[in-house]
Design a protein around this ligand. Sequence first.
Ligand code: ATP
Length: 340
Amino acid sequence: MTITIRNLSKTFGDGDSATTVLDDVSFSVESGEIFAVVGPSGAGKSTLARCINLLERPTSGEVIVNGDSLTQLTSTELRQARRRIGTVFQSSSLLSRRTAAANVALPLEYLGATKAATKTRVGELLERVGLGDKAQKYPHQLSGGQRQRVGIARALALKPSVLLSDEATSGLDRVATESYLTLLDTLRTDLDLAVVFITHEMETIVKVADRVGRLDHGTLREQGDIVDIALDAQSLLGAQLRAPGRATAAAADTVAVSVTYGSPTVPADWLSRLGTELSVPIALLGANIQSIGGVAVGEATLGVPAGRLPEFTRVAKTLGLHSQSESTRVDDDLLAEVPA
Ligand SMILES: Nc1ncnc2c1ncn2[C@@H]1O[C@H](COP(=O)(O)OP(=O)(O)OP(=O)(O)O)[C@@H](O)[C@H]1O
């Protein structure tokens, strides 16, 4: 276990003006693993990030890295211990008057590393993030994606065991986001990093996260393996991960039915199998099928002839699909009443 957040709470102010922004948040991230914390604006993500890297003192609870509780340390000890957590901030916050190399060198300079050692290490780090040729460029001469890569190099300068990515892809375009995520994925394996990936962008977590937690008004409401959550028809976070968009309307004599992948073994040709087995035309009204952790997950909205709904539900279940019509709930509970 590399980082454990245990019963972490944060309240700003006191008395009548007290606001609890984080309430009893707990999770752990192993080395080599990416844990995503996702939540809407105001959920407490920035506060959580600042409590994890101890820029902010939690009101209660612990941040434990490699078995040591950082929240128990004195300010002097904390300065040392903070090195174990590298942070990539939103839009990187590089110093504009320093070159890429000088920005990456900053933590090493604070540490009192020699000039020669700093130069070697900075060279290695910029190579590692694919910016070996940009060492002498200033932030304004780099793209947003390149600045974030400099941010990663700087976060890794002191060889942390935990990397905290705080809304690091906000404001990046699709290509830059993709390359940031690919780099993160490579680095966590190569450097055996425990990664805490904080974001409001659902589409980024499906690409890199192993496990995910949903932060809602300061509380971590659900957390677990991303594939398990994406396959869970009852999970709110699962529904957000599968988000199919707005479906087209069902024809007059059909019922709109939402089907959700509920098993890792749903066959790719399930739609044609359903049509063949029931000998009825099934309309596809909307769908989002994607690969999460190598498993096909998703939701689709289908138009099913009204009288065939119970049969449809039974066959869908044999294929690993949960189904639910717009007006009636026809998943597992009701299925018990459908004759096989
Ligand atoms: N220093 C503070 N004093 C009082 N309240 C605060 C303080 N910092 C944050 N908050 C409140 O805590 C809540 C969560 O804020 P936070 O910035 O952590 O959320 P967030 O999920 O990161 O949102 P966003 O994505 O919009 O930044 C907000 O209601 C905010 O007003």
